[in-house]
Design a protein around this ligand. Structure first.
Ligand code: FAD
Length: 394
């Protein structure tokens, strides 16, 4: 005999738990089915163990999607302030790190505990370590899920199974396959918020500087992010690179401003005037990490005493420092990516409820949908907001 629920949520991650507690609070009988061995694994590992659970500046401009309008309604109806109020009700201490990013003072475990407590209080049942074998629409309406723990019937089915990033944490293509099974279009997926790899001479020249970090402005396809860049043994990482990686595709030009906010030409001219005998690498070492400045001057820039540079050459060096071209060979892929770009096409989903326009009672929330946030708490805010929107109606 199948057990019947009003709502079955697939995935006990950020979006799934928020949806389950919201639906449970409305008196719906809710089951969450999770195939991993514990709930909220990505929440636990997020923000270096402190969970960057929201960003107080969240707005639609912080998201990538084929339909940039889609996220507006849900984000407006469940805001960072709503989630902060929940966090405060549970006595979780938090702080703003930078750029509106809120982190737990202690541990991301507190966020998972909070969501599980809310689910518990709302009577939500959570089946952990429960794989799903088959899902089908029932002739009499609703859905049947065949799982390792028996068959469950659901009036509403909410897919919150996340993206493909970090397969070792339980990520699977389940949600995409299910969407296709029910006739939905799935837009091509790729790794986002991910380190970029270098190859050839670029890699050879920079590889041994692994660990060096410097502030840059990274630009690609009309988007720019100013923050730190970290050199790694495979290429480039750090917040500015992770951010721009979501806008980069193989073959795209990537430019780095190595002296963001500075006027390199005026600086170099002033140095030539003040210390004509100083070499370029010495002068640049005062603005850039020393080893990096030296490498620039060994491998790319002509290194001479400042007095030997003419006006044109100085202008040219300044221009290179502000528009350093980088040819990335690829990304580190889903193994290290924080998010998956692309996913279930929003054109066949309701932006108010996240419900399928094709199959009544079927919902898609969180990262499985073609809505991807920047680095900095935006992805969790989307998970909370889309989970809440579906939980209010499912
Ligand atoms: C290392 C790392 C750090 C991050 N840090 C941050 C951060 O600080 N701030 C931020 O905003 N975002 C962060 N993110 C991104 C954020 O974790 C995700 O965007 C967010 O978790 C998406 O929520 P979700 O509920 O859609 O998916 P998930 O949280 O991934 O949850 C999906 C759940 O579905 C389960 N599942 C998958 N397939 C099945 C199946 N077939 N059957 C049953 N269950 C299934 C999974 O096991 C998982 O528990 C980070 C991501 C990573 C990888």
């Amino acid at each position: 005999m199948a057990e019947a629920f009003d709502v079955v949520v697939v995935g006990a991650g950020a979006a799934g738990l928020m949806c389950a507690m919201t639906a449970g609070q409305r008196g719906r009988r809710v089951l969450v089915v999770e195939h991993a061995n514990k709930p909220g694994k990505k929440i636990l590992m997020s923000g270096g163990g402190r969970c960057n659970f929201t960003n107080i500046g969240t707005g639609p401009a912080n998201f990538l999607s084929a339909n940039p309008h889609y996220c507006k309604s849900a984000l407006a109806r469940y805001t960072p302030a709503d989630f902060i109020a929940l966090v405060e009700r549970h006595g979780i201490a938090y702080h703003e790190k930078e750029l509106g990013q809120l982190f737990c003072d202690e541990s991301s475990k507190q966020v998972v505990r909070m969501l599980l407590d809310e689910c518990g209080a709302a009577g939500v049942r959570i089946e952990i370590g429960c794989g799903i074998e088959d899902v089908r629409a029932r002739d009499e309406g609703g859905f049947a899920l065949r799982t390792a723990r028996g068959t469950f019937h659901a009036e509403s089915l909410v897919v919150a199974s996340g993206g493909l990033s970090i397969p070792s944490m339980g990520a699977s293509g389940f949600g995409y396959r299910l969407a296709q099974q029910f006739g939905h279009v799935v837009l091509p997926t790729r790794a986002g918020l991910v380190p970029l790899t270098l190859s050839g001479t670029h890699l050879e020249r920079l590889q041994d500087l692994s660990g060096v970090s410097l502030p840059v402005e990274a630009s690609c396809n009309g988007q720019s992010f100013r923050n730190f860049m970290l050199l790694t043994h495979r290429g480039l990482s750090g917040p500015s690179i992770l951010q721009i990686s979501s806008y980069w595709q193989p073959g795209d030009a990537l430019r780095l401003d190595l002296l963001p906010g500075a006027d390199a030409e005026a600086f170099l001219r002033a140095q030539r005037q003040a210390r004509p005998a100083a070499e370029l690498r010495t002068v640049l070492s005062e603005q850039l990490p020393k080893r990096f400045a030296q490498r620039l001057c060994e491998a790319w820039l002509p290194n001479r005493p400042m007095r030997q540079y003419g006006e044109r050459e100085l202008r040219d060096i300044a221009a290179q420092l502000h528009h350093w071209p980088v040819t990335a060979s690829g990304t580190e892929g889903y193994r290290t990516a924080e998010v998956t770009l692309g996913g279930v096409d929003t054109r066949e989903l309701s932006s108010a409820t996240m419900e399928s326009r094709r199959v009544p009672g079927l919902y898609f929330i969180g990262e499985v949908v073609d809505v991807t946030g920047w680095l900095g708490g935006y992805n969790f805010q989307w998970a909370w907001a889309s989970g809440h929107a579906a939980g209010e109606v499912a």
